[in-house]
Write a protein that binds this ligand. Structure first.
Ligand code: CAO
Length: 407
């Protein structure tokens, strides 16, 4: 049988004369248990008062701007069936014919309208976990959508980070000295987000190796002299591209990606290699296609052309897609080793530092050799340490004897 009850302002701590900042229902509305009825604001927080049970609003007793305290009547709610236990405590005394009910505000109750709560429920979102960006921290439809997008963006197969880390401290640096604020470039923001995701979601290990490139370098200089007239500059990177493809062919597990489930390895039969290019606006990684089908001179030409265009911001998004493996060469600048971050969904990346003359012990004597430092970071879910060493040893042997590239 239909019964009309007064819904009262519940226990809101020691607060009195609290502002009603939002009225979320009107006479005639049908509400479900836990739908928000009104929003109250204290000095400390805004909170929604939920309906203790389902019913039809018969009459509103408050309006926005009113001040209320515990026990103030919010509205009259007619319920067809109150036999179930309401999420509420009955008030001690009824002051009118209708019985009185005080809803319970659970701790941390999110501040959202019934429509938004419904929307969140439909998407399986716990609205209490959504950070509200609306007025007074109210959760908006956009907030719920962004929450879902962020959840979907978590890499699958990794279970997401699930980490609770301290927020970065917000520091007012001006208290220590003069400063200048410079916004990050668009490329820095985009690559930064990708690098961060790859760094936290892939278990990286970096394997170091040195390749004896004494003979390779002599040949490179000879080629350089021959092709200088045609305006072609041949750097060690062209040789590295070919040698890396050679190693990928020997070790197919490095020319692979995990599928979206994280349970299957996709082995690629093509050999597209990304090359990290340092541009004034940040790092970009254009991809050289079918490197296995190209010679050193052709690769040197393509490398110069594509890195030139990258620096002039003339690389399309398509030219940065489809890579199997990345080479990040800092050898033109210096360094002895570094730990590059894998360019997901690839499973390994080769860092190259500056070659150096070293005394190497060979056949019972120390001899001067030109040694090239290599740093291979790999995804330890897919590649084990022994395979990584085999890969880098093979790569170093190939660079030490480039006749192997002709095999
Ligand atoms: N050891 C010694 N010398 C090297 C070398 C090495 N490993 N690699 C290149 N060099 C030499 C070249 O032979 C060239 O010498 P000359 O000018 O005397 O002929 C000089 O260094 C400059 O080479 P380069 O950098 O112009 O050409 P490259 O083919 O080696 O590299 C490119 C091209 C686009 C990869 C490079 O310019 C670049 O942008 N590197 C930075 C990549 C990067 O930022 N990676 C970091 C990613 S993580 O933040």
């Amino acid at each position: 049988m239909a019964e009309t009850k007064q819904i009262l302002v519940p226990d809101i701590g020691n607060f009195k004369d609290v502002n009603v900042i939002g009225v979320l229902v009107k006479a005639g509305d049908t509400v479900k248990a836990e739908d928000s009825l009104i929003t109250l604001e204290t000095d400390k927080a805004a909170m929604d008062v939920p309906s203790p049970f389902a019913g039809v609003v018969k009459e509103m007793k408050v309006k926005a701007g009113d001040k209320v305290s515990q026990g103030s009547v919010i509205l009259l709610l007619e319920s067809g069936d109150t036999s179930g236990t309401p999420a509420a405590q009955p008030a001690a005394a009824a002051t009118v014919a209708a019985t009185s009910v005080q809803p319970v505000i659970s701790a941390g109750k999110a501040h959202a309208s019934p429509a938004i709560r419904r929307f969140a429920r439909e998407l399986g979102v716990d609205v209490a976990q959504v950070m509200g960006s609306g007025e007074k921290g109210r959760v908006t439809k956009n907030d719920v959508q962004n929450f879902v997008k962020a959840a979907l963006a978590q890499p699958r197969g990794t279970g997401g980070s699930g980490w609770h880390v301290l927020a970065m401290p917000e520091v007012d640096f001006t208290q220590f000295g003069a400063i200048e604020t410079k916004p990050l470039s668009r490329i820095q923001k985009l690559s930064g987000a990708n690098l961060h995701r790859n760094w936290v979601s892939i278990p990286h290990v970096t394997q170091f190796e040195e390749a004896d490139i004494t003979e390779m370098e002599a040949f490179r200089k000879q080629l350089g002299t021959e092709y200088a007239a045609q305006g072609i500059k041949i750097t060690p990177l062209a040789f590295l591209l070919r040698a890396v493809v050679e190693a990928l062919q020997q070790f197919p597990g490095f020319n692979a990606s995990l599928d979206a489930s994280g349970e299957n390895l996709i082995l690629k039969k093509y050999f597209h290699i990304g090359v990290a290019v340092d541009t004034p606006d940040g790092l970009v990684v254009p991809v050289l296609r079918d490197v296995n089908q190209k010679g050193i001179v052709q690769l040197a030409k393509e490398l110069a052309e594509i890195s030139g265009r990258a620096r002039e911001k003339k690389i399309s998004a398509a030219e940065m897609k489809g890579g199997c493996f990345t080479i990040s060469s800092l050898g033109g600048i210096g360094g002895t080793a570094f730990t590059p971050i894998i360019n997901a969904p690839e499973v390994a990346i080769l860092g190259v530092s500056r070659s150096n003359m070293k005394q190497v012990y060979q056949n019972g004597a120390f001899v001067p050799r030109l040694m090239l430092p290599l740093s291979l970071s790999y995804d330890h879910r897919v590649i084990d340490g022994a395979s990584a060493v085999r890969f880098t040893v093979y790569l170093a042997q190939t660079l030490a004897d480039i006749r192997r590239l002709a095999l």
